[in-house]
Design a protein around this ligand. Structure first.
Ligand SMILES: [Zn+2]
Ligand SMILES: [Zn+2]
Ligand SMILES: [Zn+2]
Length: 142
Protein backbone atom coordinates (compact mmCIF):
# COMPACT_ATOMS: atom_id res chain seq x y z
CA UNK A 1 0.00 0.00 0.00
CA UNK A 2 1.15 3.49 -0.82
CA UNK A 3 0.09 6.02 1.78
CA UNK A 4 -2.32 8.74 0.74
CA UNK A 5 0.07 11.51 1.62
CA UNK A 6 2.61 10.31 -0.93
CA UNK A 7 -0.13 10.10 -3.54
CA UNK A 8 -1.28 13.64 -2.73
CA UNK A 9 2.24 15.06 -2.86
CA UNK A 10 3.10 13.23 -6.07
CA UNK A 11 -0.07 14.14 -7.94
CA UNK A 12 0.28 17.75 -6.90
CA UNK A 13 3.93 17.90 -7.90
CA UNK A 14 3.23 16.51 -11.36
CA UNK A 15 0.00 18.41 -11.81
CA UNK A 16 -2.05 15.25 -12.26
CA UNK A 17 -5.78 14.98 -11.85
CA UNK A 18 -6.64 12.54 -9.08
CA UNK A 19 -9.12 9.78 -9.77
CA UNK A 20 -9.33 6.50 -7.91
CA UNK A 21 -8.14 4.68 -11.04
CA UNK A 22 -5.12 6.95 -11.42
CA UNK A 23 -4.31 6.48 -7.74
CA UNK A 24 -4.38 2.71 -8.23
CA UNK A 25 -2.26 3.00 -11.35
CA UNK A 26 0.34 5.03 -9.49
CA UNK A 27 0.29 2.48 -6.70
CA UNK A 28 0.87 -0.30 -9.22
CA UNK A 29 3.93 1.47 -10.62
CA UNK A 30 5.17 2.33 -7.17
CA UNK A 31 4.96 -1.26 -5.98
CA UNK A 32 6.40 -2.90 -9.07
CA UNK A 33 10.13 -3.37 -9.05
CA UNK A 34 10.53 -3.25 -12.79
CA UNK A 35 8.58 -2.06 -15.77
CA UNK A 36 4.94 -2.60 -16.71
CA UNK A 37 3.54 -3.10 -20.18
CA UNK A 38 0.24 -1.51 -21.14
CA UNK A 39 -1.03 -5.03 -21.67
CA UNK A 40 -0.16 -6.10 -18.11
CA UNK A 41 -1.82 -2.95 -16.80
CA UNK A 42 -5.01 -3.46 -18.75
CA UNK A 43 -5.24 -7.05 -17.51
CA UNK A 44 -4.89 -5.73 -13.97
CA UNK A 45 -7.66 -3.18 -14.39
CA UNK A 46 -9.88 -5.08 -16.81
CA UNK A 47 -12.88 -4.82 -14.51
CA UNK A 48 -12.46 -1.26 -13.27
CA UNK A 49 -11.20 0.73 -16.28
CA UNK A 50 -11.54 0.63 -20.03
CA UNK A 51 -8.57 0.60 -22.39
CA UNK A 52 -9.05 4.21 -23.42
CA UNK A 53 -8.76 5.57 -19.88
CA UNK A 54 -5.75 3.34 -19.23
CA UNK A 55 -3.90 4.64 -22.29
CA UNK A 56 -4.96 8.20 -21.53
CA UNK A 57 -3.70 7.95 -17.94
CA UNK A 58 -0.41 6.41 -19.08
CA UNK A 59 0.00 9.20 -21.59
CA UNK A 60 -0.55 11.93 -19.01
CA UNK A 61 1.69 10.17 -16.48
CA UNK A 62 4.40 10.14 -19.13
CA UNK A 63 3.89 13.76 -20.17
CA UNK A 64 3.98 14.91 -16.56
CA UNK A 65 7.36 13.26 -15.95
CA UNK A 66 6.18 10.52 -13.61
CA UNK A 67 6.86 7.53 -15.86
CA UNK A 68 8.89 6.99 -19.02
CA UNK A 69 8.61 4.66 -21.99
CA UNK A 70 11.11 1.85 -21.94
CA UNK A 71 12.05 -0.47 -24.81
CA UNK A 72 10.20 -3.77 -24.97
CA UNK A 73 11.43 -7.00 -26.48
CA UNK A 74 8.19 -7.47 -28.41
CA UNK A 75 7.72 -3.77 -29.17
CA UNK A 76 4.85 -3.48 -26.74
CA UNK A 77 4.11 -0.21 -24.99
CA UNK A 78 6.03 -0.46 -21.72
CA UNK A 79 6.67 2.04 -18.93
CA UNK A 80 8.78 2.47 -15.86
CA UNK A 81 8.56 4.89 -12.95
CA UNK A 82 11.01 7.80 -13.25
CA UNK A 83 13.54 7.75 -10.47
CA UNK A 84 15.26 10.94 -11.55
CA UNK A 85 13.68 14.37 -11.20
CA UNK A 86 11.61 14.61 -14.34
CA UNK A 87 9.32 17.54 -15.06
CA UNK A 88 6.46 17.99 -17.54
CA UNK A 89 7.72 17.44 -21.09
CA UNK A 90 11.26 17.17 -19.85
CA UNK A 91 12.54 13.75 -18.91
CA UNK A 92 16.05 13.88 -17.51
CA UNK A 93 17.21 10.35 -18.20
CA UNK A 94 20.70 9.29 -18.91
CA UNK A 95 20.46 5.62 -18.06
CA UNK A 96 20.64 2.45 -20.11
CA UNK A 97 17.93 -0.19 -20.45
CA UNK A 98 18.37 -3.92 -20.23
CA UNK A 99 16.10 -6.40 -21.98
CA UNK A 100 16.03 -9.89 -20.52
CA UNK A 101 15.60 -12.50 -23.22
CA UNK A 102 14.36 -15.06 -20.69
CA UNK A 103 11.58 -13.23 -18.79
CA UNK A 104 11.00 -10.46 -21.39
CA UNK A 105 11.24 -7.87 -18.63
CA UNK A 106 12.88 -4.47 -19.17
CA UNK A 107 15.13 -3.04 -16.48
CA UNK A 108 16.29 0.55 -15.95
CA UNK A 109 20.03 0.50 -15.29
CA UNK A 110 20.06 3.77 -13.38
CA UNK A 111 23.70 3.51 -12.48
CA UNK A 112 24.83 2.99 -16.07
CA UNK A 113 25.25 6.57 -17.20
CA UNK A 114 25.24 7.34 -20.89
CA UNK A 115 28.08 9.40 -22.40
CA UNK A 116 27.16 13.08 -22.64
CA UNK A 117 28.42 13.41 -26.22
CA UNK A 118 26.35 15.97 -28.14
CA UNK A 119 27.87 15.39 -31.57
CA UNK A 120 30.02 12.87 -33.36
CA UNK A 121 31.92 13.62 -36.59
CA UNK A 122 29.45 16.38 -37.43
CA UNK A 123 26.35 14.37 -36.55
CA UNK A 124 24.27 16.19 -33.94
CA UNK A 125 22.86 13.89 -31.27
CA UNK A 126 19.42 14.76 -29.87
CA UNK A 127 18.70 11.46 -28.28
CA UNK A 128 21.08 8.76 -27.16
CA UNK A 129 19.81 5.34 -26.16
CA UNK A 130 21.65 2.30 -24.95
CA UNK A 131 19.74 -0.95 -24.98
CA UNK A 132 21.40 -4.09 -23.70
CA UNK A 133 20.09 -7.58 -24.14
CA UNK A 134 20.86 -10.69 -22.19
CA UNK A 135 19.91 -12.53 -19.03
CA UNK A 136 18.82 -10.58 -15.96
CA UNK A 137 20.02 -11.25 -12.42
CA UNK A 138 17.03 -13.32 -11.31
CA UNK A 139 16.86 -15.38 -14.52
CA UNK A 140 20.58 -16.05 -14.32
CA UNK A 141 20.22 -17.66 -10.91
CA UNK A 142 17.53 -20.14 -11.94
ZN1 LIG B 1 11.49 10.60 -16.62
ZN1 LIG C 1 14.89 -12.13 -16.66
ZN1 LIG D 1 14.40 3.69 -17.62
Amino acid sequence: MVDNKLIDVTFKKYGLRKTSFRKNLFELFHNSLNSLSAKEISLRFSTSADKVSIYRALDSFEKSGLIHKVPDKNNLLRYSLCKSECTPNQHAHDHAHFLCSVCDETFCLDDFTLPSTKSHNGFLINDLKIIMEGTCVSCKSI
